[in-house]
Design a protein around this ligand. Sequence first.
Ligand code: ADP
Length: 985
Amino acid sequence: MKGFDTNLRLQASSPEFSNGFLPKRQNFIKLNRRNCYPRSSFSPTMLKLFTSSASRVHHLTPVSRVVGSSPVECPLFKALSQITGWNRRSTSLGHRAFFCSEPTNGEAAAEAETKAVESDSEVSDSKSSSAIVPTNPRPEDCLTVLALPVPHRPLFPGFYMPIYVKDPKVLAALQESRRRQAPYAGAFLLKDDPSADSSSSTDAEKNINELKGKELLNRLHEVGTLAQISSIQGDQVILVGHRRLRIKEMVSEEPLTVKVDHLKDNPFDMDDDVVKATSFEVISTLRDVLKTSSLWRDHVQTYTQHIGDFTYPRLADFGAAICGANRHQAQEVLEELDVHKRLRLTLELMKKEMEISKIQETIAKAIEEKISGEQRRYLLNEQLKAIKKELGVETDDKSALSAKFKERIEPNKEKIPAHVLQVIEEELTKLQLLEASSSEFNVTRNYLDWLTILPWGNYSNENFDVARAQTILDEDHYGLSDVKERILEFIAVGRLRGTSQGKIICLSGPPGVGKTSIGRSIARALNRKFFRFSVGGLADVAEIKGHRRTYVGAMPGKMVQCLKSVGTANPLVLIDEIDKLGRGHAGDPASALLELLDPEQNANFLDHYLDVTIDLSKVLFVCTANVIDMIPNPLLDRMEVISIAGYITDEKVHIARDYLEKTARGDCGVKPEQVEVSDAALLSLIENYCREAGVRNLQKQIEKIYRKIALKLVREGAVPEEPSVASDPEEAEIVADVGESIENHTVEENTVSSAEEPKEEAQTEKIAIEKVMIDESNLADYVGKPVFHAEKLYEQTPVGVVMGLAWTSMGGSTLYIETTVVEEGEGKGGLNITGQLGDVMKESAQIAHTVARKIMLEKEPENQFFANSKLHLHVPAGATPKDGPSAGCTMITSLLSLATKKPVRKDLAMTGEVTLTGRILPIGGVKEKTIAARRSQIKTIIFPEANRRDFDELAENVKEGLNVHFVDDYGKIFELAFGYDKQED
Ligand code: ADP
């Protein structure tokens, strides 16, 4: 397809053009690739056919030639006009002139031509081009010509072609001939080099440059073309083909000059049917080629528009020149002087061309289909991505995901257990194989996300510094010395062993005594991350063990979530409200919790979701509970219980002063100098508002007070002083700026307001400096009326009423057990019981009735009270003991008080369970009960003998001022309760 990489040009010559005038219909010149030169420089008429080798679009600009004054009327011409739809009328507008044979204007034309080609040569970037020009030079000038070898294709009359002349002698000769105004030479196609494979054009060119004289002559085809030297630029010479020549003999060797004959086409009959038919066939083939490819459309269009002297031989030359025939075939056409034969040859070439064009079309079509299919897919994919992105459902593409997961595990790859690493690798491979839109892909992705994000082998450095731990614990909590001591012991053991694992601490006590906050302090002291989760009411085992991955929305259990959120494998995990663990219908949460907590098992804890065992042995578990009795036994067995009983008034005052007030002040933005809460007020607050064991309510009340103080301060205008408190220098700077602007602002305002109301301004300032004082008298303004009254219900308990001590989940409390006679009469004896009592308590009441009756029988055998009285015993609801029966002795005393009609000793409280034989059984919550008794201003307490040690262990301030008796038999209680007159202290 060599022919296609040539620029084919068709040249037109017209007097108007040379005058710089360009007729309208020639505007297609604009289509030239780089027509940056002024239109006038086109004047000499170069209208071209331009073929880009890349796009294979031919742009043909034909030559016009006028014979006489009107275009030749020719059937061929009409046929071509029809194909291209060209309007013939416009042709007649153009004047035509001979190109270079007109003696009168030949010189000027040649000169103009030269210019045009010179400028045009700038745009020509192809090595070989041809153009059709009128062929009418003066033969007498050109009988001896320089022989120029052309390497690729023969030059056809009417076309032009650039060649490169390397030989300086030849170049000089050409320039000389131009100067002599005989700018003609012979262009002869080079024969194939018989010695070498000259398929490559550079080789061929190299060879020509080396050939000289006779040698060169032998390599040239005999038939060539008389070529006008249109322009010379450097070594580029533009030749314009005119007529056929045949070499006769060599005249000189360097440069090769030959004598030539001018060849004429054999005479033929214009009306010969065969010739006509052949040429029509050429035209119809052209038409077909045009149908299948648009390649030549421009070619033919411009050709038909501009061709003037359209003849059969010219048609044959045109066809051969523009089609992609090889050099030999083209040379054959050139050498053929018989017009009919020449047309036949051209026709053959064109048919071949048509075949090629058909193949080209199918290839183009197939490629286009393939490309458009791929493009469509690509476009749709891009659109889909854009839509997904817009909707926020863009899923990372697989490789990016894998890279992300790999990057995550890379830093601590050697710390990840081998079995986990293997699963990760397997899942990563699986991820690559799954379709990104499938549900399994998402499952795998989430699974990998969890597997790779866990802190495998990533521990925080544990701190076993006992002194530091002590400081931290003291910083956070007042008192609780026994609890702190236990924790320090624990840390000391950790220090000696090098690890604190293997223990579960359980902090038990009423709400608000600081269990959670102690847990937090332990974490701080040990330098572990803190994580808290509550299992109160938890019934679903999956919360602890995770769901299996097959479930939709499956999640790992709390422990795995904890590890993810803290980012270390040795956090302190606080499991809150372990005594309120629910009962699951599917699986028992308690046993799942046991698996989690048990140091024997949790080194290989298996979460259902994770499906690989994880090591939780480094995790320190701290549980909290209100009452340990409700903790499932297997769990309790593995725990080290530290109970926090609650605080006595004195402790609460300290906590309030040193901890709660400080935080509340800070939270409310109140400064210490702005407020003073008197000791009496604080005491009253604790005694009359917050009697419970913990300090949470106290904390709430103190916060309430400080909020109200804040409001008061703001109302009274104490705000502008605020900014100056900043301690940080940078912050201070900012604050200073703000302060300044505030100041400026206030100054302005002041000037206005001081003029108007100077008095009020002064007053506000005064109040801002004044402290807010809170004492007993105005406490109620801040926290409302007291909830509890300090006075006891009875100054002296009446007959049948005895104060008992109970231990509930809220801490210790006092309760009055009351008995009264419902009915009296012979044989009416019996007992009604009310109150929220469980079975155990009901039994306990029955036992009390029997024991009281027995004692009465011993003490006053004639007393028929129990036999004849129907009694009602009531235990108040709010104080229902949670620790089982401990009110036995209180009930007996109450019954006996009624029977003997004697009230019990003043300020007495008792606790203890009694057997049928009158033995006193030990109870729990000695500290809580003692604290509760103190709160109720009890002076004398009766405890079972077995609890003496518990009491002795209590802090001095708790025991202080109490008269405590320890008894192992009810007889002693009877004496203590009723024998008070005899042994009055
Ligand atoms: P619990 O978990 O036992 O119900 P919290 O730990 O939530 O109680 O404690 C309630 C509030 O009381 C917390 O703000 C805590 O700091 C405070 N608190 C409890 N005991 C003390 C104490 N001994 N010293 C200082 N603050 C305490």
